[in-house]
Every structure is written in C-alpha cells, then in structure tokens.
Design a protein around this ligand. Sequence first.
Ligand code: AMP
Length: 194
Amino acid sequence: MANIILLGPPGAGKGTQAERLVAERGMVQLSTGDMLREAKSSGTEMGKRVAAVMEAGGLVTDDIVIGLIEEKLQKGAPGGFIFDGFPRTLKQADALAELLARRGMALDAVIELVVDDKALVGRIVKRADDARAKGLPVRKDDTPEVFEVRLREYYKNTAPLIGYYWAKQSLQQIDGMAAMEAVAAAIAKVLDKV
Ligand code: AMP
C-alpha cells in the first residue's frame, strides 16, 4: 500500500501510468483533471465556473481542487492513492500534506516523469488524433496553442514542486521518455521499495 504523486508536464504520461497502477495494483487514481471535466460535463455550478479556465489552459483555483481531493480522500483506498495532476501549486502541496497528516496517512513517493518538452506537443496532438479516430470526445485543451499555455503554467506553478519534494526527500525521478513498459517498470521498482 502506497500513496504516491505522479508529477510531470501535460503529456508526460501520468494518466496512462496511473491507469495501469489502478488495474495492476488496485490503487485509486485521483485525477483532478478528470474530476473537473466530469463536473463540467454534468453541468454543475462549479463545472460551469471552471470550464472557461480549463479550455484556455489556465489553472483552476486552489480551493476548488483541494475541496475535490478532500472529498475523495474521505472514501479511503486500501491499495493506496495515486495523485495525478494534483498538486499543481505549492499551496496545493501544503494542503495535501495537511489533509494526509490529519488522517494519519503518509505520502510514500513523488514520482517525476522527466520528459523532453519538445516531444510533448507531438504527444498531445497524437492524443487528440487518436481520440478523434476512435470517435471519442477530443479535449478542447489538446491543441498546440492551448498546450503552450498549459506548459507555461506548469513551469510557473508546478515545476517548483520538484524542489519542494526533493527537499523533503520524497522525489524519485524516472525517465518518462522511455517506452511505456519501461516507465511502468521503473514506477514498479519505486513502489516495491516504499
Ligand atoms: P489535466 O487533465 O491534468 O491535464 O488537467 C486539465 C485542466 O484541468 C488543467 O489544464 C487545469 O485547467 C485543470 N486542473 C486539473 N488539475 C488541476 C489542479 N490540481 N489545479 C488547478 N487546475 C487543475
């Protein structure tokens, strides 16, 4: 049982790896992006409020995403939680530490998928094309223009978390440019040690 954060820019493969961990280890994936998209499509007040921000590639306010995470943490996860796309700011990271501490839970590892930025936009465009080919909904923020905004947000607000978790000795960096299987193996190695 381990609680982990998957950290990395958009298109790094966090969601793909999280899905594998859910299937293989019975962990629970907490993707704030998925939760926000769900709120958007179900037309809740909050969903309506965040839609424009998400489509423009900006960050939704800390209070909203912290509230979403708090709600899900209450349900517990015997196999452990995977935080995917959360935290994205230092304020969110502090809030997560507090939420976990209050429940006597540990953060076992922060796994950074280290990727080459230049390859990311190609991955995002491919994700949109694959969805289109399968007749699945295409994310409105998976365009080269919005991707650039998302990448900037990442460097401005989220990349500082690398130093934050390194200082706490929780950071594990793995090569996110390796093949999907190799990335999964590297994550498994980290999980088997914690
Ligand atoms: P993702 O699916 O993780 O790429 O998230 C899609 C969009 O949802 C982001 O571009 C943000 O607009 C919003 N979002 C997701 N997670 C967070 C978060 N932790 N903090 C703020 N905004 C978020």
